[in-house]
Design a binder for this molecule. Structure first.
Ligand code: HEM
Length: 512
């Protein structure tokens, strides 16, 4: 007797049918779901979510519907958190049930790169990663990297003084930031801007970022498509996934093996990887499982740290363009405290409260990660009379938080003073513009490192350079672009040395 065998077409039709049914049932959500914009059958709110700058639309919705906005996309509930209270209540106080990442088909099944710490949804593995990060990137540990950060950022500013436009500055800044990360993670020093290793890693991590971008792959909605064979017409995402999988294996193995070989030969310089692999007397201590964890933890640091830090430096430059008085005030503080005969360094941070506040204001004023990387709820959670359903994707709207007038009066204005105590000498406590680093158990583990890199750049730039609008600039606010990371498209400005003395002192320090 013939037995019935499911064909691909029958599986596809069944899958699609179930999806439609689920979408219809969920579109008729009970009233305990938080309010949000009206939805269409099946697709829900999909058509209202813009591909560019969704944080602006989300912020409008937070203002219209409340601090927790409920959305549905193909039956998948999503919550947009638009207040400090909502973020504290849901992502911090209830971190035990709101710290996982959503399980993405492209990440987990197609590319099999779910072990990257920023993407992984296995809480036990995540705890291991966070211990490693705390060990290597905690507030005290990062101080050992300050000399690397100062050296690279001074070099970046010096190179920028000789570069013609913002595209050329970007090359200098990117090289410096990538080199800081590669030295800290693998003790690898990228000396030129076209370093082949950094270029390859950057290309791979771009494609990794794409796999996690909401709405990028149809297979996230129509999950049954993951069953398509690689050769099947329309299964380009599977071929792309295979390539990303192979690239990522290279990314996590190659630089790691290099450090390990040096370690065994007794030649490894201290770095994130070598520190985690040896005990105090230099003996190799990791078993295979631990080695695998160290590889994935190291690999993700490039992805997390590079684009974000570069974009924050670009935002600082935009702020200097739009708010020349702030630049003048910072230069005045620099001249008063540091003077002309030596360069500032990270050790001077407490002596330079205005410049420190200027950095906090840069992070707040135009958050480079305006929508935090999504979390997911692992159980139903009551909130303000609503029920936030298990399985909901939770997006903290850092942009809305940073623009909340109740917390930051006159939020559009760029005012470093908002972070200064009345004496003008110390930073205020309370909200400190750090919403951009995320929340709860997923808060960015690189935040101390990032802030040190940024301050190293800001203090050197303020001391050595002066930024003014270029002749072509018409006074308009530059436009911004980006998926996860928000960055200016073009900065119409000129950068000149403040004095010839400052330029030659900077040059001699960099060449030392
Ligand atoms: C201005 C610079 C940076 C910004 C704005 C930033 C922002 C963020 C944000 C918003 C998250 C998600 C937090 C959440 O889910 O709640 C995150 C996660 C992460 N960041 Fe950063 N980051 C920056 C620099 C760095 C640096 C320098 C590193 C490391 C070298 C780094 C490594 C990571 C990692 C590994 C994660 C994943 C954490 C996890 O899922 O547990 N970041 N970052």
């Amino acid at each position: 007797m013939d037995t019935w065998r499911p064909s691909f077409a029958s599986v596809a039709v069944l899958g699609l049918g179930l999806l439609v049914l689920r979408s219809i049932v969920r579109t008729l959500r009970p009233s305990l779901f938080p309010p949000g914009p009206p939805r269409l059958p099946i697709i829900g709110n999909l058509h209202q979510i813009p591909r560019t700058a969704p944080h602006i639309r989300f912020t409008e919705w937070n203002r219209t519907y409340g601090e927790v906005v409920g959305l549905l996309v193909f039956g998948q509930p999503a919550l947009v958190l638009g207040s400090h209270r909502a973020v504290r209540e849901i992502l911090e106080k209830r971190a035990a049930t709101s710290s996982l990442r959503p399980r993405l088909v492209m990440v987990e099944d197609v590319c099999q790169i779910g072990k990257f710490a920023s993407l992984n949804s296995d809480m036990d593995l995540h705890k291991h990663y966070r211990r490693m990060f705390a060990h290597a990137l905690g507030s005290r540990a990062v101080q050992t990297y300050w000399p690397i950060q100062m050296r690279e950022m001074r070099r970046a500013v010096l190179e920028m003084l000789g570069a013609t436009d913002d595209a050329a500055w970007l090359v200098c800044v990117k090289r410096a930031v990538a080199s800081i990360t590669s030295q800290i993670v693998y003790a690898y020093d990228a000396k030129t801007e076209d370093d082949a290793f950094i270029a390859k890693v950057t290309r791979i991590l771009r494609s990794v970022e794409k796999t996690a971008r909401p709405g990028e792959y149809i297979v996230e909605g129509l999950t049954f498509l993951k069953q398509l064979p690689t050769w099947f017409p329309g299964a380009g995402f599977k071929r792309e996934g295979l390539r990303i999988k192979q690239d990522c294996r290279w990314l996590i193995d190659e630089p790691y093996d290099d450090v390990k070989q040096k370690l065994v030969a007794g030649e490894a310089a201290p770095c994130f990887v070598s520190n985690l692999l040896q005990d105090e007397s230099g003996h190799f201590i990791a078993d295979m499982e631990e080695e695998e964890r160290v590889k994935w933890a190291a690999g993700v640091l490039f992805g997390g740290g590079t684009d974000t830090t570069v974009a924050a430096i670009q935002m600082f430059l935009v702020a200097m363009l739009l708010f020349p008085n702030v630049q003048k005030n910072a230069q005045a503080e620099m001249d008063r405290v540091i003077g002309k005969d030596r360069l500032p360094s990270l050790e001077d941070r407490e002596l330079l409260p205005y410049c420190s506040a200027l950095l906090q204001e840069t992070l707040r004023w135009n958050p480079v990660v305006p929508l935090c990387i999504p979390h997911v709820l692992t159980q139903d959670e009551p909130y303000d009379g609503y029920v936030l359903p298990r399985g909901s994707i939770v997006i903290a709207n850092s942009w809305a938080l940073a623009r909340d007038p109740a917390v930051y009066p006159d939020p559009e204005a760029f005012k470093p003073e908002r972070f200064l105590a009345p004496d003008g000498k110390t930073l205020t406590s309370g909200e400190d513009g750090r919403e951009v680093f995320g929340f709860g158990r997923r808060v960015c583990p690189g935040n101390y490192l990032a802030e040190a890199s940024l301050f190293a750049f800001v203090c050197t730039f303020i001391w050595a350079a002066n930024l003014t609008g270029s002749p072509e600039w018409d006074g308009a606010v530059p436009e911004f672009e980006g998926g996860i990371v928000n960055r200016p498209i073009h900065i119409p400005a000129d950068i000149r040395p403040r004095t010839s003395h400052s330029q030659s002192l900077l040059k001699s320090t960099v060449l030392e």
